[in-house]
Design a protein around this ligand. Structure first.
Ligand code: GAR
Length: 206
């Protein structure tokens, strides 16, 4: 039997990036399957959207901290993802910083999408940061996750223009649409084994 590349998707929000990846898998554009979807938010749309697709979807209570998982939660996340035999962890709007034991358990196998052209505007509400700064190009970045915040090696980026008259909402919507193109392409390349990493340099084999 063929071993399928297994994804564990983590999200805290509405899950539109999850949907873009799930749809790309259904369309045969990503040679992978979604093994499990996990959220730290019980009411997150990503869990509803996963269940609508009959995919395993789990809420794990994050514990007492606001920006990271507590020890018990971290252990539970690692257990669920290990039992699901995931090859790659895909952060799709997961709003907590992952720490030591989690990173060690899946070293080099965690990717994230961030709504800016990193290294500009790491952190929260990057589209608002970009608008306030006055840049003319904004965009999104898919990167490996390391111990820093939005600091891992960059896999792919897609730019969008900042238009006169943009509001935080219109710019965010344009970036979101770019994310839905970029993330499935990056996950497909990872699933096909077309990505190699040397330090901070990520190469796409064609
Ligand atoms: C996306 O814009 C993603 O880039 C951002 O959250 C949104 C999730 O949307 N992630 C971060 O800011 C991570 N620091 P979605 O739930 O519709 O996929």
């Amino acid at each position: 039997m063929k071993n399928t590349f297994r994804l564990g998707i983590l999200g805290s929000g509405q899950g539109s990036n999850f949907v873009a990846i799930a749809d790309a898998i259904t369309a045969g554009k990503i040679p992978a399957e979604i093994a499990v979807v996990v959220s730290d938010v019980e009411s997150a749309g990503i869990l509803t959207r996963a269940r609508e697709r009959q995919l395993p979807a789990r809420f794990i209570a994050p514990g007492k901290f606001r920006t990271k998982l507590d020890e018990d939660a971290e252990r539970e996340f690692v257990k669920v993802l290990t039992e699901a035999k995931v090859d790659l962890i895909v952060l799709a709007g997961f709003m907590r910083v992952l720490k030591g034991d989690f990173l060690r358990a899946f070293e080099g196998r965690i990717v994230n999408i961030h709504p800016s052209l990193l290294p500009s505007f790491p952190g929260l509400e990057s589209w608002r940061q970009a608008l306030d700064y006055g840049v003319k190009l904004a965009g999104c970045t898919v990167h490996f996750v390391d111990a820093g915040v939005d600091s891992g090696a960059i896999i792919g980026q897609q730019s969008v223009p900042v238009l006169d008259g943009d509001t935080a909402e219109t710019l965010h919507a344009r970036i979101h649409a770019a994310e839905h193109e970029l993330y499935p392409q990056c996950v497909a390349a990872l699933a096909r084994g077309e990505i190699s990493v040397a330090g901070r340099k990520v190469c796409w084999k064609k």
